[in-house]
Design a binder for this molecule. Structure first.
Ligand SMILES: *Cc1c(COP(=O)(O)O)cnc(C)c1O
Length: 376
């Protein structure tokens, strides 16, 4: 019988160490591995190629996303770059208008230099996606829910459009995690994660991952490039991320429950113009999110009626929400995106992004309430 998700989260890649019987996996720091002399191929050779701790993590990630193969990287951006670097001169990539600022930076600053054409569209508008793909496209990039506006794109429909155009569909699944959304089941070819966020879960380990639907030439090419560019995950980082996998479903359940309470409080507050959280029935992507996600996640953004200064004051005024970038840790974070994203920002001036953590939801709400002035 196929194991269910929560069981896989605890057990995938967790076989006891055959040498010692250790239940917790060892961290193998060795950079080199003895060559076999019995004619069998070496299991491991050199750490930049592959190493046992990373191998365990990749087994777990492939199982959790339902993929044929996973590759881990030194950061989420290294994983983004590994996919985008497969594009060649004369090819086209279609990317979402609202997406992670680093992804936008890479497609804006790096790809055009190499003769790759970049088309930016609002991927919540399927007609716009279809039109963008009409001229021939090699890769369609999806990010749903998106950063920082929490836009929801229909992944199954985007996959159909990509495949009809002969393109691959890649999905940044960092905000949802496979607990809430499994893009490969919706037809995506490759899923990307910043494992720095919910997988690591404790704001103490950087990493990225790609999970492939098929273990094909595309996956092999990216694996071969990773060996050449050296963007591998270190043994300690792989070990911490693997440890994060074990509690991921439990953490996500509490993250989502807290986010619902925080979002409902904010949606009723007079200082708030708009709450971007797909779990609210008023969110334009609510119906699609309900269909393609198991729950709505714990990332949300709010737009303040009083704009830039009020948004900055909120981000700087909270006591429990820490004013810092990143997301997905146990502690709640708050950030004014427009002032922190730098040159590539598209964020509205009054937008504040929240990563709802694992504190008591009532404390989180009280913290926000103290910093928001009621408006008549
Ligand atoms: C953080 C993040 C990335 C980049 O990952 P790093 O680990 O910081 O390199 C990519 N996409 C999303 C949605 C992110 O939140």
């Amino acid at each position: 019988m196929a194991q269910k998700f929560d069981t896989l989260a605890v057990h995938a890649g967790a076989e006891p160490d055959p040498a010692t019987g250790a239940v917790a996996p060892p961290i193998q720091l060795s950079t080199t591995f003895v060559h076999r002399t019995d004619g069998e191929p070496d299991t491991f050779s050199y750490q930049r190629d592959d190493h046992p701790t990373q191998c365990r993590l990749e087994t777990a990630l492939a199982a959790l996303e339902g993929g044929a193969r996973a590759l881990t990287f030194a950061s989420g951006m290294a994983a983004v770059a590994a996919v985008l670097d497969t594009l060649q001169r004369g090819q086209t990539v279609v990317v979402p208008e609202d997406c992670y600022v680093g992804t936008r930076g890479y497609v804006t600053d790096v790809l055009p230099e190499r003769g790759v054409e970049v088309i930016t569209v609002d991927t919540t508008d399927l007609d716009a996606v279809r039109a963008a793909c009409a001229g021939g496209v090699a890769l369609l990039w999806a990010e749903s829910p998106s950063n920082p506006r929490l836009r929801i794109s229909d992944l199954a429909e985007m996959t159909k459009i990509a495949h009809a155009a002969g393109a691959r569909l890649a999905c940044d699944n960092t905000f949802a995690t496979p607990v809430l959304q499994r893009p490969l089941e919706l037809g995506a070819d490759v899923v990307m994660h910043s494992t720095t966020k919910y997988f690591g879960g404790h704001s103490d380990v950087l990493g990225g991952a790609l999970i492939f639907a098929e273990n094909d030439d595309f996956a092999e090419r990216i694996a071969a490039r990773r060996l050449l560019t050296g963007a591998i995950l270190s043994p300690f980082s792989a070990w911490l991320t693997l440890r994060g996998c074990r509690s991921l479903p439990a953490r996500m359940a509490m993250h989502c429950a807290n986010a619902r309470k925080v979002a409902e409080f904010l949606a009723a507050h007079s200082a708030i113009e708009r709450v971007n959280w797909p779990g609210l029935p008023t969110h334009p992507g609510h119906a699609i999110a309900k269909h393609q996600m198991r729950d709505f996640g714990a990332m949300l953004s709010v737009e303040l009626r009083s704009g830039y200064d009020a948004a900055l004051a909120l981000a700087r005024g909270t006591k429990i929400f820490t004013n810092a970038t990143s997301l997905g840790g146990c502690e709640s974070l708050i950030e004014h995106r427009a002032s922190s994203e730098g040159a590539h920002t598209h964020s509205p001036p009054g937008l504040v992004r929240l990563s709802v953590g694992l504190e008591d939801a009532d404390d989180l709400i009280e913290d926000l309430a103290h910093c928001l002035c009621d408006r008549p």
